[in-house]
Write a protein that binds this ligand. Structure first.
Ligand SMILES: Cc1cc2nc3c(=O)[nH]c(=O)nc-3n(C[C@H](O)[C@H](O)[C@H](O)COP(=O)(O)O)c2cc1C
Length: 357
């Protein structure tokens, strides 16, 4: 199979393999550097970072690799203000629901934070990213404003958007986005739809790739449920110009996923992944553990994103420190059972064998 695709040509890369970005602190500079060193495109999820932190992380990435890398942000959803209003009564109900887990981990109940102090300003993130000039700006949950896309073009930044349907892919292409990630519902992490509720847009990767291929002319990157060379071969055969892999890289030691998370990913056998809003307030896929099941019972007391994410994030930090995989989110895609590698270089070598046939 050929490595020479519109994707590799545009970015000057040896291999059409993307290490998917991980938001919320799970990306790492060393993972990006390892993937870049092996000929792929490393990505860093920066949606949780303030503008000055984006500047700093870009410096660290440039010190670690002289190859192209992607910085990734989340576009604020049009139909949902970035910091949705949550009443005090709602807040108290949600915290009370989680109290048994705070108690179990020996934590005090948290005070309600000041939203503006906690969550980064998107407009400032964009300015920092444009100044940082990464080779690639990838994004999810929508389409950046036309002036942002045109400033990317002026600076030579390649833009990559995510689509969960052929319609979303066409909207990205019509807006002038350079490449599209066709993201099937097999993928780990958040369901990144932006034209409807994500529950309504759950096409699997291997149904989605050829439909997106037929819908657009721009390069298509396939994501979701690809974890070994067989998946790479299948995705490319269906018309993808590159593949984007998340879960299998998250399981590697270079990622910033906590040890309990990595250990869980490397020992998946019977544990299926599931889609839930319980951890973050938005639909996302992870391994089904005790907290997932308990949060399913709490449906009415789940806060909208980003509030729920902030609350369960406190539990997660303590759960990692106490090695409690049952009380934290274990993000994973449907191919988690195919995870075999502990190091990104070994995973890259195994994935790239798809191109030697
Ligand atoms: C923990 C986790 C966090 C993620 N965060 C982001 C993100 O911030 N931005 C993004 O574009 N994709 C994000 N993704 C999606 C991945 O980059 C990738 O597209 C996806 O994991 C591919 O599916 P797979 O996990 O089945 O390989 C995340 C995935 C996971 C598992």
């Amino acid at each position: 199979m050929r490595t020479d695709t519109p994707f590799t040509r545009r970015l000057g890369l040896p291999l059409p393999i993307v290490q998917g970005p991980f938001g919320g602190g799970l990306s790492s500079v060393s993972l990006v550097a390892a993937v870049n060193g092996a000929g792929g495109l490393g990505s860093f999820g920066a949606h949780h970072l303030h503008a000055d932190q984006i500047v700093q992380i870009t410096r660290e990435l440039r010190a670690a690799t002289n190859r192209p890398f992607a910085l990734n942000l989340w576009i604020p959803l049009h139909d949902e203000p970035e910091h949705p209003k949550v009443s005090d009564a709602q807040w108290i109900r949600a915290v009370n629901r989680l109290q048994p887990f705070f108690d179990e981990l020996g934590l005090d109940l948290p005070q309600r934070p000041d939203a503006k102090a906690v969550w980064p300003d998107y407009a400032q993130q964009i300015e920092a990213l444009l100044d940082a000039r990464p080779a690639v700006f990838s994004f999810v949950f929508g389409i950046p404003a036309p002036d942002v896309l045109s400033r990317c073009r002026q600076r030579g930044i390649v833009t990559v958007g995510a689509a969960t349907t052929p319609h979303e892919a066409r909207l990205l292409e019509e807006a002038g986005v350079d490449m599209v990630v066709a993201t099937g519902s097999d993928a780990g992490g958040h369901r990144v739809s932006f034209t409807d509720e994500p529950e309504n847009l759950l096409t699997g990767t291997f149904s989605l790739i050829p439909q997106v291929r037929d819908a657009v002319r721009i390069p298509v990157i396939a994501a979701g449920g690809i974890a070994d060379a067989r998946g790479v071969t299948a995705a490319m055969a269906l018309g993808a110009d590159a593949v984007q892999i998340g879960t299998a890289f998250l399981a590697c030691e270079e990622s910033n996923a906590g040890r309990p998370h990595q250990a869980a990913l490397r020992s998946v056998s019977q544990t299926p992944s599931t889609l839930t809003k319980g951890f973050s307030g938005r639909l996302s896929r992870g391994l089904r553990n005790r907290l997932t099941i308990e949060l399913e019972q709490a449906q009415g007391d789940i806060l909208p994103y980003p509030w729920q994410n902030w609350l369960t994030g406190i539990l997660k930090r303590a759960a990692i420190a106490q090695n409690r995989a049952d009380l934290m989110s274990l993000w994973a895609g449907q191919a988690a059972g195919l995870v075999r590698h502990q190091h990104a270089a070994a995973l890259m070598q195994s994935l790239s064998s798809a191109f030697e046939r």
